[in-house]
Design a protein around this ligand. Structure first.
Ligand code: SAM
Length: 197
């Protein structure tokens, strides 16, 4: 298990997650945004998979999906993206069989929709169910990235459960990283990633 969260020179974890996935993703890849929200990560993934790639996105809030779709349209990238108004805990059932075992990156950005209803957060049980499915969808060399915020009700419990899940996977088959910000001030998330070897 790798960690360098105490290094003050490192980038904010959101940027580290994007940088790591940028290195992993290539043109034509398949990727999943498990928590579309306002679409910033979906847009990032749509750029990273190139013209021949596809991004599948999930969110339970229609308003979020509308905002994300407009963001993609503004960049002319909506043709590479399929958005599902569904919980990420349904991803294995919703995605076509042809996608299973071929996904290069799955992003989770947990918590509530910025600017939206703060009561509608991701939840530990559905997050853990979705993480298990995400693992089964990964291609060899593929990775799951989870940004977990701890400041809202249920957030700390969810983040601890995600870290425990990731630690339990560390082996010859999965490389695991956990990054915890050195400063507890502000709303910085923790970052957990799992890479299939
Ligand atoms: N990635 C987003 C972005 O770039 O703007 C931010 C995501 S926001 C922190 C978390 C999102 O997760 C919210 O939009 C919320 O509706 C969504 N969410 C909550 N429970 C969910 C679930 N079971 N499945 C999928 N999305 C869920």
């Amino acid at each position: 298990i790798l960690s360098n969260g105490d290094n003050p020179m490192t980038l904010p974890l959101v940027q580290q997650a994007h940088a790591a996935l940028s290195q992993l993703l290539a043109a034509g890849d398949l990727a999943i945004d498990a928590t579309v929200g306002n679409g910033h990560d979906t847009l990032f993934l749509a750029c990273a998979v190139g013209e021949g790639g596809t991004v599948y996105g999930f969110d339970i809030q229609e308003a979020a999906l509308d905002t994300a779709w407009r963001r993609l349209q503004d960049e002319g990238l909506e043709g590479r993206v399929s958005l599902y108004h569904a919980g990420h805990e349904a991803m294995a059932a919703v995605l076509p069989e042809s996608v299973h075992g071929r996904v290069k990156a799955v992003m989770f950005n947990l918590g509530y929709l910025p600017g939206g209803d703060k009561q509608r957060t991701t939840a530990m049980n559905t997050t853990l169910a979705a993480l298990g499915q995400a693992l089964s969808l990964l291609a060899p060399g593929g990775a799951i990235s989870v940004l977990a915020y701890t400041g809202h009700p249920g957030g700390r419990e969810e983040a601890e459960a995600v870290k425990a899940w990731a630690r339990s996977l560390a082996s010859d088959y999965y490389q695991v990283g956990i990054e915890i910000p050195s400063s507890r001030r502000g709303a910085a998330p923790e970052w957990v990633w799992v890479r299939r070897c």
